[in-house]
Write a protein that binds this ligand. Structure first.
Ligand SMILES: C[S@@+](CC[C@H](N)C(=O)[O-])C[C@H]1O[C@@H](n2cnc3c(N)ncnc32)[C@H](O)[C@@H]1O
Length: 305
């Protein structure tokens, strides 16, 4: 469910009735969110006295389902979590060499698990999740923390997708790899299908704008984009240029998590980058359409397949 819905259901989680205004204030949501939710799901609410709302058993069951879905199956800091990181490290070795020609810089397994935990706890992994490029194995970490529903990865690295397919088979996970060069238009059947797109895009501006544009096309109108972004302390203008891309694409920033991503390498950005969590707005639009050519990455341009 979306965040507004979750917060309203959670505020009613004690089973007690309260005035609609109290409910909105406790949930941190506006009355229009509550009105829309009551219109969509009348079966979740009842009014024993006029103006005082409580959750029905159907509403409480919806809340319970969402709370379970938002609880990773592995405790933070536990031996199981360490074992998951070790498993990712081992799988990571089978990725072969870092493909610099695809701008790959690997994040650490701990980063993949931290990202995955956040995706699950915020409900993003339940809303239809797509990774635009995933050399960091974050999609595997999402499954490793217990997500059963389908996760999609779009990447032009065929070796990576083959490795994920093999891992998914062993784990019994519903993992869908799509081999696609993002310089080419997205397959129509994928557009507007996802509730959350996660990407650690190229940090060169052209590549960043391309990945953000493709993400906007993949998202539903109420979707979220989670995008990693790093720049050196002495080059803040690079961060500004990326923020401008996000604004121009009609995305609003909800949250910035500094230092969320740690890398093996990427010293020019201090081996770390921030995670920016944005939402679609009615103004959202791709800045790049159709096919593109030319430089995308800081180092060099990939050859066409
Ligand atoms: C752009 S790389 C960068 C990630 C890295 N962690 C970093 O911080 O710079 C992320 C993923 O995008 C994929 N990728 C790069 N160019 C692509 C393209 N044109 N189409 C599809 N995937 C691409 C790479 O294979 C990789 O898995």
């Amino acid at each position: 469910v979306d965040e507004g819905t979750y917060r309203i259901l959670r505020a009613l989680g004690d089973g007690n009735a309260r005035a609609a205004t109290t409910l909105c204030s406790e949930a941190g949501e506006s009355p229009s969110v509550l009105r829309a939710l009551r219109a969509d799901h009348p079966e979740w609410f009842e009014e024993l006295e006029p103006g005082r709302v409580r959750s029905t058993t159907v509403g409480l069951a919806a809340l319970a389902r969402e709370m379970v879905a938002r609880t990773p199956r592995v405790e933070p800091g536990s031996d199981e979590e360490k074992a998951l990181c070790d498993r990712l490290r081992e799988a990571g070795r089978r990725r072969g060499r870092v493909k610099r020609e695809l701008d790959q810089v690997w994040a650490t397994p701990e980063t993949a698990v931290r990202r995955a935990r956040r995706l699950i706890e915020t409900g993003a992994a339940q809303r239809g999740l797509c990774f635009l490029g995933d050399d960091d194995m974050t999609s595997l970490a999402v499954h490793g923390l217990g997500v059963e529903r389908s996760v999609t990865v779009i990447d032009m690295d065929a070796d990576l997708l083959a490795l994920y397919e093999a891992e998914a088979e062993i784990g019994g996970w519903e993992h869908r790899g799509v081999h696609h060069d993002l310089r080419r238009p997205l397959p129509k059947k994928l557009r507007g299908r996802f509730g959350c797109v996660f990407t650690d895009p190229p940090y060169a501006l052209e590549g960043f704008a391309l990945f953000v544009s493709r993400a906007v096309e993949l998202l539903r109108r109420d979707g979220w984009l989670w995008v990693c972004s790093g720049f050196g302390r002495r080059a803040p203008e690079r961060g500004l240029q990326k923020q401008r891309v996000l604004c121009d694409a009609g995305l609003v920033v909800d949250e910035v998590v500094p230092g969320e991503n740690r890398y093996e390498g990427a010293l020019s950005i201090g081996s770390e980058s921030a995670l920016i969590i944005c939402r679609m707005t009615p103004e959202a639009r791709p800045l790049v359409r159709g096919s593109v050519d030319g430089d995308l990455y800081s180092r060099r341009t990939p050859s066409h397949e």
